[in-house]
Design a protein around this ligand. Structure first.
Ligand SMILES: C[S@@+](CC[C@H](N)C(=O)[O-])C[C@H]1O[C@@H](n2cnc3c(N)ncnc32)[C@H](O)[C@@H]1O
Length: 279
């Protein structure tokens, strides 16, 4: 099912080259985000038989994990991005998952079945709504009374954190967010999160910072290549000539070398885990 989009600029961005990058490199992005799955799923407390909504499900990693936990129930993954959903659907079929479905839509306005879900989750797909209150109110409308919300939101990297130190060479080039990253930092202020969720009709809001290791590549060279391919970085390096990008990638590799481990290039990262209830 496809419905109208309120977030037209975001829909264009996630259906354009930035969405393609995610769709073509799910292992990279899952390596970056999988460390947060346990905290997300502990908070969501999905039970067998639950009806789950995964907002901004992207290439579907958390949708498929939720489907396993909701055995006998169902999961709906909603996302703006056709290329990412195509990947999600292919993975569901390859894994023989039969209780997950994917719909292309804008979660801010998507017509969710009224009270049709027990739990709504999101791994980083809820910060991009132009109208945050409308987006969360629409998600609330899809939850049954007593239904739970468990979402991960982005946090700014610490200036002395692993990523900032490893990628110091990029700092002077990062002039602004790429089209898909617009809104990424719209939910970093806890007071703002409280305000948005209260206005959207949620109660019992909790928040905590979760730290985990993100794996960015097999070795420093691979991680440097992956980082330069990420939408926000590629966007900001787009005006440089090839030689300059090669020099940056080489310096980036140097910065990443101290983070090489037998499990890959591993950096400490953090997100905010937010939970709430539809009363
Ligand atoms: C940072 S990615 C996270 C993807 C996925 N949750 C994961 O963990 O791999 C953000 C996702 O949110 C989706 N998104 C952004 N705004 C959205 C909206 N208004 N409705 C539905 N999906 C949205 C994007 O298309 C993208 O797939």
């Amino acid at each position: 099912m496809t419905t109208s989009f309120a977030n037209v600029q975001q829909a264009e961005a996630w259906n354009g080259w930035e969405g393609e990058v995610w769709a073509e490199n799910p292992d990279f992005y899952n390596g970056m985000l999988d460390g947060f799955n346990d905290a997300l799923f502990d908070a969501a407390a999905i039970q067998p038989g639950d009806r789950v909504l995964d907002v901004g499900c992207g290439t579907g990693r958390t949708t498929l994990l939720a489907a396993g936990r909701a055995a006998g129930g169902s999961v709906l993954g909603v996302d703006l991005s056709g290329p990412m959903l195509a990947r999600a659907g292919a993975d569901a079929a390859a894994q023989g998952v039969t209780n997950a479905v994917f719909e292309r839509g804008d979660a801010q306005v998507h017509p969710f079945p009224d009270g049709g879900f027990d739990v709504a989750i999101s791994r980083g797909g809820v910060m991009f709504f132009a109208d945050l209150v409308a987006g969360f109110a629409n998600i609330a409308s899809g939850l049954r009374p007593g239904g739970r919300l468990a979402v991960i939101t982005a946090m700014p990297g610490a200036p002395d954190g692993d990523y900032a130190r490893a990628t110091a060479v990029l700092r002077e080039h990062m002039r602004g967010p790429s089209p898909a990253a617009q809104g990424m930092m719209s939910m970093v202020d806890p007071a703002r999160i409280e305000e948005v969720l209260a206005a959207a009709g949620f109660t019992g809001v909790t928040m905590r910072v979760v730290e985990a290791m993100e794996v960015l590549g097999r070795d420093a060279a691979h991680a440097a290549e992956n980082i330069c391919a990420m939408g926000p970085v590629r966007f900001n390096l787009a005006d440089l000539d090839e030689a300059a990008v090669r020099r940056i990638r080489a310096e980036l590799r140097q910065g990443l070398l101290p983070f090489e481990t037998p499990r890959g290039v591993s950096l400490r990262a953090r997100v905010r885990l937010v939970t709430a209830t539809r009363p």
